[in-house]
Design a protein around this ligand. Sequence first.
Ligand SMILES: [Zn+2]
Ligand SMILES: [Zn+2]
Length: 374
Amino acid sequence: MATKLTTTREERGKAIAQLKGQIKRIDANTYTVLSQSGHGKYEVLKSSIDWMCQCPDHIYRGKKCKHIHAVIFSKSLRAEVAITKISPIDNFSECIYCHSTDIMKKGLRKNKSGTLQKYLCRNCGKYFTFNVGFERMKHNPQAITTAMQLYFSGESLRNTEKSLRLLGVKVSYRTIHNWIKKYIGLMERYLDKLKPDVSDTWRADELWMKFKGDMKYVFAIMDDETRFWIAQEVAETKHRHDARNLFQLAKKVTGKKPDVMITDGLRSYHDAYKKEFWTLRNPRTKHIRHIKLRGDMNNNKMERLNGEIRQREKTMRGLKRKDTPILKGYQIFHNYIREHSGLDGKTPAEACGIKIEGKNKWLTLIRNASKRNI
Ligand SMILES: [Zn+2]
Ligand SMILES: [Zn+2]
């Protein structure tokens, strides 16, 4: 009889990974796997050298046990997150909506900045121009997206104005500010419809920054694994802030609750956790209150975001309202545009399954966000 009676540890691990609710991610290097005999669970840890498990098979035989295999399989499952691709609109021979090549010139569109050729798609019946998103603008898409890149990389509005002048684009910093407001709003409405596939461990923290001389706090929730900046809120004070809206927003953006929520000791986080994430029944989000210590490595990710934004402080003086689109622009820049060395050069959005294609990601985003029948 050739029937195979034993299965390998690897096969058993794979089987565990395919069952629901067996593996919990605590952080990038710590997982728990339920014992398959139904009693308790084992902690699986990744050290700099190898994986370790608390189970007897691993401890006494020193083998890569089924729990370790299960975690490895589940991690690779996450790596196969379905990718949503947002492609550039730069093929001038096909419809921007349905990609049919059955298009014809049909009328002109006139405005202050000149005349644009309109097209009609004979397949889907929609009208469009190939300058979608910039039809009413006096300046070209290259100048506008360059300004956004400069500004969100840390240049002030005035320096951005000077740099554009070197490229032959004469425009005031006020106009640049208006471009940014207009296009961030547009991109925000478009990106709000996409759901990032974030991990199950989130981290909340607050950054402080000056708005027109007043100290304000920006409260943020980040995904621990992909560094996707899930939600933000601006508050006047640190200690009396109600974090509940922030937690609600994070649930809405991702469509889920995390397994683990890491915050500092701030009371409002615990209140918000109890109201928004705590449930009577399992699975229940675990709240880790992390008291910040100086030089604490665990909070490095937040510290980095702080650095990313804090350097802006000096250039943020022009901000008038607390809900300024500029902060939203930072979030978009951080999530969708800026490639992250800690993510092998991917953007946080790519790590969450949303890929913005094309050489100029701003342009791809703006054009896709602007598609509408004209
Ligand atoms: Zn094990
Ligand atoms: Zn079409």
